[in-house]
Design a protein around this ligand. Sequence first.
Ligand code: NOJ
Ligand code: CA
Length: 659
Amino acid sequence: MKLNQLLAVTAAGVLTACSSNVTEVKSPDGTIKFNLDNTESGLTYTVSDSETVVVSPSRLGFVLADGEMLDKFDIKSTATSSHDETWETTWGESRFVRDNYNQLTVEMQQRGGDLLVNLEVRVFDDGFGYRYVFPEQQRDSLVVMEELTEFKLPAESQAWAMSAENAYLEGYFNKSSLAELDTIRTPVTIELPGKYLAIHEAALTDFPKMNLMRTDDVTLRSQLVPWSNGVAAYVATPFATPWRFMIIGDEPGDLVTSYLMLNLNEPCAIADASFCKPMKYLGVWWEMHLFKTYWYKCDRHGATTENVKRYIDFVAEHGIPGVLVEGWNKGWEGHWPANEHFSFTDPYDDYDIDELSRYAQEKGVELIMHHETGAWTKNYEAQLDTAYQYMNDHNIHNVKTGYVNLLMDGKEDHSSQYGVRHYRKVIETAAKYTSNIDNHEPVMPTGLQRTYPNLMTQEGVRGQEHSAWDQDGGNPPYHTVVMPFTRGLAGPMDFTFGTFNYDNPNSPHARVQTTLAKELALYVIIYSPMQMASDLPENYAAHLDAFQFIKDVPVDWDETVVPAAVIGDYVAIARKDRNSTDWYLGVATDEEARQLDIPLDFLDADAEYTAQIYADAPDADWQSNPTAYVITEQTVTAEDILPVKLAAGGGTAVRFIKK
Ligand code: NOJ
Ligand code: CA
């Protein structure tokens, strides 16, 4: 795409009907129709695509303090506009993103009351979003108790959903009918015959997270995560809620390659975002999750000067930019989540941070800071400036933050407005200190990385650590072929794969349930601009030929395509490197061995590529023979179909080098 195509257009005239009280707006290609219907009993919206109704009349509105209802409205005016702009991402799955929609803005007043609220609707070719905007008005503050927004879905919907019960969003997404759902988190992905939908929210900056609660067998209603006093949100007008959105696609891959959520976030707010650099890293981390070493100071302390130098030496030798160090600061003794007073400037005395920052710099390596807060956010906020200045003083510009505790400050939910405000404050402070964040135990991401590209990646996923110690035995093979179509739709995941050694003597009940080749494929399949190679240096040294793929694989992409996928069974994702003409392909299966034929038509036509293929060996199997792989090379073109043979729990990773 050429830079001269980066243009914005705003024009009027997409409103197709405004007679009586029905209002309609269509997607630019005319296939998706969003209708508002304002009646005596309230305001509802309906959405259909070229084939069918995807959202049946669904309610909109709020309940405010003292039972005040904001669900019946008088429409004061309607206005439409169109927008077509292509913008460049700071980093991401696609270098350029087209933001093309028709907008309907409905100015409304509470029926029988004084409150003013507008509904802003944007309809894209791949879905729609809407938000409530409270303009400046006499009432300068509101207390929101409940949101009434509904999604009434087709009866045959099957939902891939995660129960809201899961701590830290570290649960499985399972498939069920809507009638079987608990209260769930978003994103939720809906399968229909020949159609895929995903519901989530965008630009969550000062509001609670929207969970969805089932009100009947086909209807999901917003359930805002409240403060401990029961209030959902304190709002000062003027104010806009996050966008509630739905992606509509024909295939699972359409959900993955939709950038609708990013389009609904504000443009980059960091004037010079050149410090927001994607990177790969190793870390003093997996060894602690395997209970080989410990976070606290003892004779098996992980974060010693000597051990960290070992990691620095290894990454420097292999051209990996970063080393994360956990357990460097005092306070990890005993049940550490109870530690309300972690210091972020006080290292253990066997961790010489001055020497290590000097050594890392000499070797061209970046140390990655770790701030485990135990979710004591007041303690963290009190130290934010000193902690980030301390990082700058040690030439550290990346930090992994963490919030292990079921409640923040013993009281508030991570997904409440309290939590959302805290995370936002950390992102903004980090930006001030030109620092990037890898946030663990987050609120579900909503695309804020467009505005703050220093919010590089987040956990909020049942990541690799569960396969080190979880009582359930570890993430089953199907988990990673569900993630791209569910949690992945919310943004980058710090999943931290890369296991090359499957022995787990200290937790024999658990293990990583993949083949080694699948671990490689995940670097392409599961997107993050910060990717960890989570295994120990000695385990990579034992398979340097396979480690080559981790060294080569980019973390920033020009373009992404999904050549094949059945959610929960298998997935193939191909991405083009942002900094070269190389393409990469990752293919993975669940517990079933299978053969797939992947068309290579994503490659440039009229060009030859050397395909370096990292595949499961014929006798590979995640349970009995995970480290059996074969590396082969062949010449391919865009005309070819690549046969890919996957072991049970297996995968294939391919680098395509243009000749
Ligand atoms: C939970 C994080 O997800 C994990 O990566 C980290 O090692 C521990 N907390 C300790 O902070
Ligand atoms: Ca975690």
